[in-house]
Write a protein that binds this ligand. Structure first.
Ligand code: MRU
Length: 359
């Protein structure tokens, strides 16, 4: 386990100059504009959401996904909900407020595991007192602040994380954690981009990430755009690759980190951490402050989203109408703190058992 306990002093940090090559979430001309990730890598199509329900739908169908990105989208959805409630025909102020509160609850519940969604929604809602003409503008302003803070947090994590690698390293990553999953250059993927800029990457092995292939569809797309050498591996190849290649480290993101350092991330992360431990490959979780949930004592209390088992059948590429679908499809799993070498956060590099000292 890493001995890192105290923040790396900020003056020593040169914040990464990298900027996103694409934006997953934007606010343009009064609408929340989302890059539809269900259609990547085949086509780059943007969804223009003018109602909060369109954003909720985009979050639940994974058109927008990744913990920080859904937080930012959720914050903009609150602004849309306020605008809709204010323009309800023939509604009095109580009815408008009721509509708004119901909308906020449904935005927060769109996906349960990533704490960033509820965190961002609560934060923007706490900035408004009553519903009036200024409310929408105030909410948009605070949602934009969250987006800008995420961009900077990503750049800091990229620098901290890249400092953990030597020149010409081979690394494994999981799911998608780049521009598409955040407001900025990404969490784990931001580290890889910065390390590549510093000539520290010889190859990235993105795991394909069953069942909906965020690794092979999205991380490969981002590697290609950023000219990072990569070779997609099936999830079940990680042990073989670690056994046969000199892998410098595994970098993954997180959707919620409990007070004891347990980290929820895309299902399969836990197995990857076990394999890394066996092969003595450092296993780093990269996540901004907004992903830490100190109110949750341990990973056991993290609610894991269950999605339709159809996703599993869909990715199999077979269509067997007579076969029963299974009944489980957990979208996330929890990696226990003792499998994590260190957590790279915008505050510094944290030992998983020392989170309380940092927040
Ligand atoms: O179901 P997804 O695609 O939203 O899952 C995304 C992940 O698990 C990421 O690793 C996580 O959000 C952290 S990276 C920004």
């Amino acid at each position: 386990m890493s001995k890192a306990r105290r923040p790396i002093p900020m003056p020593n940090l040169t914040v990464s100059p990298l900027t996103p090559s694409v934006y997953a979430v934007q606010w343009i001309d009064g609408a929340c504009v989302l890059l539809d990730q269900t259609r990547l890598p085949r086509e780059e199509v943007y969804l223009r959401c003018t109602s909060y329900l369109q954003v909720v739908d985009a979050i639940t169908t994974l058109a927008v996904r990744g913990a920080p990105a859904i937080g930012i989208a959720g914050a903009f959805a609150v602004a849309l909900a306020a605008r809709e409630s204010l323009s309800l025909p023939k509604a009095d102020s109580t009815e408008k407020l009721k509509f708004f509160e119901k909308a906020v609850a449904s935005i927060m519940q769109a996906r349960p595991t990533a704490v960033n969604l509820a965190w961002a929604v609560k934060r923007v809602v706490s900035e408004v007192g009553s519903l009036d003409e200024d409310t929408v503008e105030t909410l948009v302003k605070h949602a934009k602040n969250i987006h800008e803070e995420d961009i900077l947090a990503n750049q800091k994590m990229a620098s901290f994380g890249a400092s953990l690698l030597e020149l010409n390293s081979k690394v494994i990553t999981y799911c998608n954690t780049g521009d598409l999953a955040t407001g900025g250059v990404g969490t784990a993927f931001g580290v890889l981009r910065e390390a590549h800029r510093q000539k520290k990457i010889s190859v990235v092995y993105p795991c394909e990430t069953r069942p909906v292939m965020q690794g092979s569809r999205l991380t490969s797309w981002e590697c290609h755009r950023n000219q990072i050498p990569f070779s997609v591996i099936c999830d079940n190849m990680a042990g073989s690759v670690m056994g046969n290649e000199k892998i410098a480290a595994v970098f993954v993101g997180a959707d919620r980190i409990a007070a004891n350092g347990d980290a929820a991330n895309k299902v399969g992360t836990y197995s990857l951490a076990i394999v890394a431990k066996y092969h003595r490959v450092p296993f780093y979780v990269v996540a901004p402050s907004s992903t830490f949930d100190l109110k949750t004592a341990s990973g056991r209390q993290i609610l894991i989203e269950q999605r339709s088992p159809r996703e599993i059948a869909g990715a199999l590429g077979v269509n067997q109408p007579n076969y029963p679908l299974g009944d489980i499809n957990p979208a996330f799993d929890v990696t226990p703190a003792d499998l994590i070498t260190a957590i790279v956060c915008d505050k510094g590099i944290i030992a998983p058992n020392a989170i309380a000292e940092w927040f």
